[in-house]
Design a protein around this ligand. Structure first.
Ligand SMILES: Nc1ncnc2c1ncn2[C@@H]1O[C@H](COP(=O)(O)OP(=O)(O)O)[C@@H](O)[C@H]1O
Ligand SMILES: [Mg+2]
Length: 224
């Protein structure tokens, strides 16, 4: 199996003398869904941010698909890894829902027809077409979460890190996300799913990792 993200003996603390991770090593693989569980404050979000390069480890190294993460810029990391923030409002920045989705495609230099096609597809999948001219700021929690997910997926990253993606989703929208995750996996891609949602985790996880106090306390594989 291809190593998607590899943490090699990393240490990290937010405050001096309060070390959250010490010598933590962990590899997550392409082609499977790895669930990260653990109680509040155990370090799940921090782990995802370290993997994405939003924060840097004090010691140790991180590789993304075999490449040293510290030698890549955010754009290069974003091409490999799609990251959904625990608070999706934090990643929305555009003046309209449409622009939130078209931005990255414009950056990549896609032609207008292609952009319209792909944005429409995402608006349909996530049932947010009626919002396309709205400012993301005024969307409800669930709408923001769906938009943020759509914005991550439209970039077609190789690997996904989703931090509590079901928090604001109703059962119907959760089912849509379920279908997308399954399809993603069928394409051979991998996902790290940080979640409290046990039924959702059990439905999707091939591997479940639990962290407590910055340590891995459980790591097991399942056939799904
Ligand atoms: N920006 C920050 N500054 C200082 N401490 C933080 C910050 N973010 C998180 N922490 C602390 O780090 C620990 C792990 O937090 P977090 O990774 O958010 O846990 P989880 O996602 O598992 O709930 C907690 O004790 C939290 O209070
Ligand atoms: Mg968290």
């Amino acid at each position: 199996m291809i190593r998607a993200i590899e943490l090699n003996k990393i240490s990290f603390s937010y405050k001096e003398n309060q070390r959250l991770f010490k010598d933590l090593s962990l590899t997550v693989y392409d082609g499977e869904i790895t669930v990260i569980s653990g109680s509040n404050g155990s370090g799940k979000t921090t782990l995802g941010k370290l993997m994405m390069g939003i924060i840097k480890p004090e010691e140790g190294s991180i590789t993304l698909f075999g490449k040293e993460s510290s030698k890549m810029n955010l754009g290069q990391r974003g091409q490999q890894i799609g990251y959904l923030f625990q608070d999706p409002a934090r990643q929305l920045f555009a003046s309209t829902v449409y622009k939130e989705l078209s931005f990255i495609l414009e950056l990549k230099g896609y032609d207008e027809t292609m952009i319209q096609e792909q944005v429409s597809k995402m608006l349909d999948i996530f049932q947010i077409g009626y919002l396309k001219d709205m400012c993301p700021f005024y969307l409800s929690g669930g709408e923001k979460q769906r938009l943020a997910l759509a914005a991550v997926l439209i970039n077609q990253p190789k690997y996904l890190i989703l931090d509590e993606p079901t928090t604001s989703l109703d059962p119907k929208r959760k089912q849509i996300l379920s279908d997308i995750l399954k399809q993603y996996r069928e394409e051979g891609k991998g996902i790290m799913l940080i979640t409290h949602d046990e039924p959702f985790a059990l439905e999707h996880g091939q591997r479940v990792i639990e962290i407590e106090g910055g340590m891995i306390t459980y790591d097991s594989k399942f056939e799904a």
